[in-house]
Design a protein around this ligand. Structure first.
Ligand code: ADP
Length: 510
C-alpha cells in the first residue's frame, strides 16, 4: 500500500544538523524540502541537502533565522504547505506558530496556545501543579525585587536558584547560598534574562543539591491521545546545558519509570498539547521527581529515543501535524537496548568551553556497528561564531549500557575533526570515568569532578584529544583498556588511524 505523503513541501526554518536531519525524513516520506539560509550559511550542508533554498537575510540571527516575515516570505515564494521549526530560534515562539497558521501554512509543532502556556516557566509551573504534577518548591509568579528573595529564604532556607521566567539554555540563572549574594545575583539574573530573552522577569526555586535531570518524551495527537516514549537521562551538563544524554536512565526502576511517564502525559494534556514534546524533571537524592519545564518542540537529543524505540520522531511529527491519529497506543511502544548521545560542539574546553570558529579541513565521522551521526557540517564548512556551537551529534546503540558506551568510546577515538576546536576529549573523559560507568553522577558531575586538571592537560595539545584523554586518565590512574600495539604514541594512546596519520604527517609521507 502506498501511503500518501502528509505534505507536499516542507520549509525547515532552521539550520545545521537539525535541518539536515528533518530533510532526511521528508525525503523518505516523499515530501519536498525547502532550506533557508543567512549570508553566513550559503554553502552549508543543510542548504545543499534541500530541494530549494532561499536567502533570508544577513548573518545575525535576529535579521535572518529569527525574522518571521522573511521566513513566511520564503514559505510563500516556495509554495511550502508546512513549516518545521526544528529546535532553538523560533521553535518555541508562540507568535511564530500563530503567524504560520494565519498564513494558511501548517506549523509542525504544537498549537500557539500550548507554546504560550508552557513557554512562561511560572505559568507552566502553576498549570501543571493544578494537574497534580509535583513541582520544585518556589514561586508561581515572577518576583519583583531582591526583598522577595529574602522573604523566600526566611521561610524555606538556602540555597535558592533565581531563574528567568522566559528562560532557556541555562541563561539568566543564579544560585544563591548566602544573604550577601542576594542583591547582586538578582541584578545579574535580571540583566542576563533581559538581554537574552527581551524579558527580565525572574522567579525563584529551591536549589536542589546534586539532582539528576531526567526527561520524558511524549507524543500527542489532535484527537486527545497522549503517549510517552520513555525517559532520557541528561545529567551530564556544562553550565546547565546538556552534553551527553542516554536512555534508559540507570536511576529508574520500572515503577518510577511508569509513574514519570504517566505524570509527563498528564502535564502535556494539561496544556492541550499536540505533537512531540518533552517534559523535563529534576530528581533529588531521595528519588523524588519534580517538573522542571516542558520543551514544546523536538529536542536535540531525540535520536536517543529513536534508537531505543525504532520510531522516527520527525515522521511522527509530520503525521500528527497532518491531523492523523497516533500510529500506536502506549502498550504498543517497545524499547530495546541502550542508547547514548554525545554532542560535538565547536568550543574550547581548555578555555571554559568558549565557542571556537574556523574552517573544517578534515572530518572522519563516527562509523561502525550501532553508530549514527547527525551532522550539520562537512570538510570545507566555515564554523562561525554567529550560531549555536553544536556541530554534530554522535549516537550509539548497544544491547546494554556498557555495550553502548564501548561503541561510543571506540567511535570517538576514531573520530577526527580538524580546523576547529571541539569538546570530543571531554566526552572521552566522561565516558571512561569510573563514576559515570557506575551510573553515579548528577548535574554537577562535569564541573565538579573533571574541570581543573583536565583542562590543564587539554590546553597542551587540543589537536590530539585521544592522546590527551589517555594522558589525563593515566595521570588519574584510571583503568583503561590496553592500547593497540600500533597505536602507541608518546605521552598517550592514539587509535590506529590517528597515530598512523600523525606519524605520516610528521615524516612527510602522504
Ligand atoms: P533552561 O530552560 O534554561 O535550560 P531548566 O529549567 O531547563 O533551564 O534547567 C536547566 C538545568 O539547570 C537543569 O538541568 C539543572 O541542571 C539546573 N537546574 C534548574 N533548576 C534547578 C533547581 N531548582 N535545582 C537545581 N538545579 C536546577
Amino acid at each position: 500500500m502506498i501511503v500518501p505523503p502528509p505534505f507536499t513541501k516542507v520549509l525547515i526554518a532552521n539550520r545545521g544538523e537539525i535541518a539536515v536531519r528533518i530533510m532526511r525524513t521528508c525525503r523518505e516520506l516523499g515530501v519536498q524540502t525547502v532550506a533557508v539560509y543567512s549570508d553566513a550559511d550559503q554553502c552549508m550542508p543543510h542548504v545543499l541537502a534541500a530541494d530549494e533554498a532561499y536567502r533570508i537575510g544577513p548573518a545575525p540571527s535576529r535579521e535572518s533565522y529569527l525574522c518571521i516575515d522573511a521566513l513566511l516570505e520564503a514559505a510563500r515564494t516556495s509554495g511550502a504547505d508546512a513549516i518545521h521549526p526544528g529546535y532553538g530560534f523560533l521553535a518555541e515562539n508562540a507568535a511564530f506558530a500563530a503567524a504560520v497558521a494565519d498564513a494558511g501554512i501548517t506549523f509542525i509543532g504544537p498549537p500557539a496556545s500550548a507554546i504560550r502556556g508552557m513557554g512562561d516557566k511560572t505559568s507552566a509551573r502553576a498549570l501543571v501543579k493544578r494537574a497534580g504534577v509535583p513541582i520544585v518548591l518556589g514561586s508561581e509568579t515572577p518576583i519583583r525585587d531582591a526583598g522577595e528573595v529574602t522573604a523566600f529564604v526566611r521561610l524555606h532556607g538556602f540555597p535558592v536558584l533565581l531563574k528567568a521566567a522566559a528562560g532557556g539554555g541555562g541563561k539568566g540563572m543564579r544560585v544563591v547560598r548566602t544573604p550577601e549574594e542576594i542583591a547582586t545575583a538578582f541584578a545579574q539574573a535580571q540583566s542576563e534574562a533581559g538581554s537574552a530573552f527581551g524579558d527580565d522577569r525572574i522567579y525563584i526555586e529551591k536549589y536542589l543539591d546534586h539532582p539528576r535531570h531526567i526527561e520524558v518524551q511524549i507524543l500527542a495527537d489532535a484527537h486527545g491521545s497522549v503517549i510517552h516514549l520513555g525517559e532520557r537521562e541528561c545529567s551530564i551538563q556544562r553550565r546547565h546545558q546538556k552534553i551527553i544524554e542516554e536512555s534508559p536512565s540507570v536511576l529508574l526502576d520500572d515503577a518510577m519509570r511508569a509513574a514519570m511517564g504517566e505524570t509527563a502525559c498528564r502535564a502535556a494534556a494539561a496544556c492541550g498539547y499536540v505533537n512531540a514534546g518533552t517534559i523535563e524533571f529534576l530528581v533529588d537524592s531521595s528519588r523524588q521527581y519534580y517538573f522542571l519545564e516542558m520543551n514544546t518542540r523536538l529536542q536535540v537529543e531525540h535520536p536517543v529515543t529513536e534508537l531505543r524505540t525504532g520510531l522516527d520522531l520527525v515522521a511522527e511529527q509530520l503525521r500528527i501535524a497532518a491531523g492523523e491519529p497516533l500510529s500506536m497506543r502506549q502498550e504498543d511502544v517497545r524499547w530495546s537496548g541502550h542508547a547514548l548521545e554525545c554532542r560535538i560542539c565547536a568550543e574550547d574546553p581548555a578555555n571554559d568551553f568558549f565557542p571556537s570558529s574556523g574552517r573544517i579541513s578534515y572530518i572522519r565521522p563516527a562509523q561502525g556497528p550501532g553508530m549514527r551521526e547527525d551532522s550539520g557540517v562537512e570538510a570545507g564548512t566555515d564554523v562561525s561564531l554567529y550560531y549555536d556551537p553544536l556541530l554534530s551529534k554522535v549516537i550509539a546503540w548497544g544491547d546494554t549500557r556498557d555495550h553502548a558506551i564501548a561503541r561510543m568510546v571506540r567511535a570517538l577515538q576514531e573520530y577526527e575533526i580538524s580546523g576547529v576546536t571541539t569538546n570530543v576529549a571531554v566526552h572521552l573523559v566522561v565516558l571512561r570515568h569510573p563514576d559515570f560507568l557506575r551510573g553515579d553522577f548528577d548535574t554537577g558531575f562535569l564541573g565538579r569532578t573533571l574541570a581543573p586538571k583536565m583542562f590543564d592537560v587539554m590546553a597542551e595539545d587540543a589537536q590530539l584529544p585521544a592522546a590527551v584523554v589517555a594522558a589525563w586518565l593515566a595521570h588519574e590512574q584510571f583503568t583503561v583498556a590496553p592500547a593497540p600495539q600500533h597505536g602507541q604514541a608518546q605521552g598517550g594512546r592514539l587509535s590506529g588511524w590517528k597515530s598512523r596519520r600523525a606519524a605520516a604527517m610528521r615524516s612527510g609521507e602522504p
